[in-house]
Write a protein that binds this ligand. Structure first.
Ligand SMILES: Nc1nc2c(c(=O)[nH]1)N[C@H]1C(S)=C(S)[C@@H](COP(=O)(O)O)O[C@H]1N2
Ligand SMILES: [Mo]
Length: 530
């Protein structure tokens, strides 16, 4: 008897999972048709990204790296699975509690969707459709499952009419109610997979924005970046001077890449300004494009880490556009906003300074911005960490004050203002990759955006600091390469690096974690020589 009960509980769990699948599939289908951004799973995922505490986020990034978003979706999927099993079992033993649980899921995911930036009233339809499909199915499956149970009880134990269910309508013969349950389960499971996966794949692959990006013809630039001879060294294992777009690190809170049609994109400059400005993409690029070489850095970059990249950007000086709007006295901050609601707080004077090339970038390494790097327009500000300056998919600049406004990361444990810290990094040799004794090149990168690198020094086994050779810098906003030749003897050795910027400041030895305003400390690598 207990074994039989277990079997029915297991089928109840299956019914819950199938109902949840139907919920998600119906929601994905309706989202595909009327509200592309209103996928319950993705909206809940985005909500989780926004609310998880900062240490947890750091753990996720350090554990899963570039796959942190996939890890989040897998975790979310497991949570849905567990909740679905619970709903299915509850619906079997205590109807309609399971169905009520699905309604709660519908309401919560609906709230996550409707509170996203850019959500309209149509956005309510996917979670609504999902809830209706899920609840209806769970109700039907629950009824058929009880009919099957009661039917088989009646068939096998006719002497005990008490355990026979009340769902007599569905339970005339044991075989037919069993088939009724299994058939419906199988059909909806298959249909949900086809419809749900199909809708998501279609939504993800039929982006018309990629085509719009391919079709863009930018006006010729007025000025180009001169790359001096000697700007790039040829050392095995050394990072290239320019980071190819495909290799450029990506950091953002966007679970799915925002899709902006450049023909409808608008940039608004408002807040404490004399004149509100609104520009189209053509207005912007027709102001004249210039080229800028700027090295971007993430505040989450650990000492020796790879969240830094260098590109040639094409864009328009932000100061020229702010001048059109006329910032009012008293303002000290610009809150830039992305279509997805992300915000960054940049000191106003960093954006109006004639000596700092803060830009609205439209192209990266000779092509329109890749979608994941902010298409069609992003900000790039030399010398400030990306989270306080490099807003991708930017749509608004609000001139304001640090007192009145707060950016996305500020209440999440990061500083409101964050200049990039003077840093140096060892690219080769790598700890864990032994090198042969003899002449070994030690090489890496160093950056001090807006100031420039003056010297890089290397110490082996805590010995004297020896000067490294530097590549010829493009400008003060880009990183430089450095290298030294080392007569390596067999054994294990420590290699340490430090940089001195063009203002004479020495890179600090003091270790700091990435929060609240960027890591610091000299990189020290353990090298094995054989
Ligand atoms: N809209 C938006 N812009 C954003 C972010 C974001 O989460 N959303 N992250 C910022 C951070 S933390 C960094 S380091 C840079 C990274 O830019 P990249 O992904 O092009 O390298 O983008 C910045 N701009
Ligand atoms: Mo960042």
């Amino acid at each position: 008897m207990a074994a039989r009960r277990k079997t029915f509980i297991a089928w109840a769990a299956v019914a819950g999972v199938v109902s949840a699948a139907a919920f998600l599939a119906a929601a994905e289908l309706i989202a595909l048709l009327v509200a592309p951004q209103a996928s319950p799973l993705l909206a809940v995922g985005s909500f989780v990204i926004d609310i998880v505490p900062q240490p947890f986020k750091e753990f996720a990034i350090s554990t899963f790296g570039e796959y942190d978003k996939i890890a989040l979706l897998v975790g979310l999927g497991l949570a849905v699975l567990v909740a679905a099993v619970i709903a299915g079992v509850l619906e079997y033993v205590r109807p309609p509690i399971g169905a009520a649980l699905l309604v709660v899921a519908g309401v919560l995911s609906g709230a996550a969707i409707l509170t996203r930036a850019g959500a309209g009233f149509l956005s309510a339809l996917p979670p609504l459709a999902g809830t209706i499909a899920g609840v209806a199915l769970l109700f039907l499956l629950g009824r058929r499952l009880r009919a099957w149970r009661d039917g088989s009880v009646t068939a096998g134990n006719r002497a005990d009419p008490v355990t026979a269910g009340t769902d007599t309508a569905d339970a005339p013969r044991p075989g037919s109610s069993r088939r009724g349950f299994l058939g419906l389960t199988l059909i909806t499971a298959a249909a949900s997979v086809v419809v749900g996966v199909g809708s998501r794949v279609i939504a993800a692959t039929t982006s018309s924005i990629a085509a719009a990006r391919d079709a863009i013809r930018l006006p010729a630039v007025r000025s180009t970046v001169t790359v001096p001879t000697g700007a790039e060294a040829d050392v095995e294992g050394l990072t290239p001077l320019f980071t190819p777009n495909a290799d450029f690190y990506r950091v953002d809170t966007a679970l799915t890449v925002p899709e902006i049609d450049p023909s409808t994109w608008r940039l608004v400059i408002d807040g404490m300004v004399d004149q509100r400005i609104e520009l189209s993409f053509d207005d912007l690029v027709n102001m004249g494009l210039d080229e800028y070489g700027i090295t971007l850095t993430c505040v989450s970059n650990e000492v020796g880490g790879g969240l830094v990249g260098n590109a040639i950007w094409q864009g328009v000086a932000i100061r020229d556009i702010l001048a059109m709007a006329g910032p009012q006295s008293g303002a000290d901050m610009v809150l830039s906003r992305s279509v997805d609601g992300y915000t960054a707080s940049t000191p106003l004077d960093a954006l109006t300074d004639d000596n700092r090339d803060a830009i609205f970038a439209v192209a990266m390494n000779g092509e329109p911005l890749p979608l994941e790097h902010g298409f069609p327009v992003r900000m790039v500000v030399p010398g400030l960490y990306g989270y306080v300056s490099a807003t991708k998919w930017v749509t608004e600049l609000k001139v304001t004050t640090f007192e009145a406004d707060e950016a996305y990361w500020t209440p999440r444990g990061y500083a409101a203002e964050a200049p990039i810290k003077l840093s140096s990094r060892i690219d080769t040799p790598r700890s864990g990759t032994p090198v042969d004794a003899g002449t070994v090149a030690i090489a890496g990168m160093a950056w001090a955006q807006t100031v420039g690198i003056d010297r890089v020094e290397v110490s082996i086994d805590d010995g004297d600091w020896q000067p490294a050779t530097l590549s010829t810098p493009i400008n003060a906003d880009t990183w430089v390469q450095w290298w030294v030749e080392w007569q390596a003897e067999a054994g294990t050795h420590y290699v340490t690096v430090r940089a001195i910027d063009s203002a004479g400041t020495m890179q600090t030895e003091e270790r700091a974690p990435i929060a609240p305003n960027g890591s610091s400390g000299w990189q020290r690598t353990l090298v094995t020589v054989r």
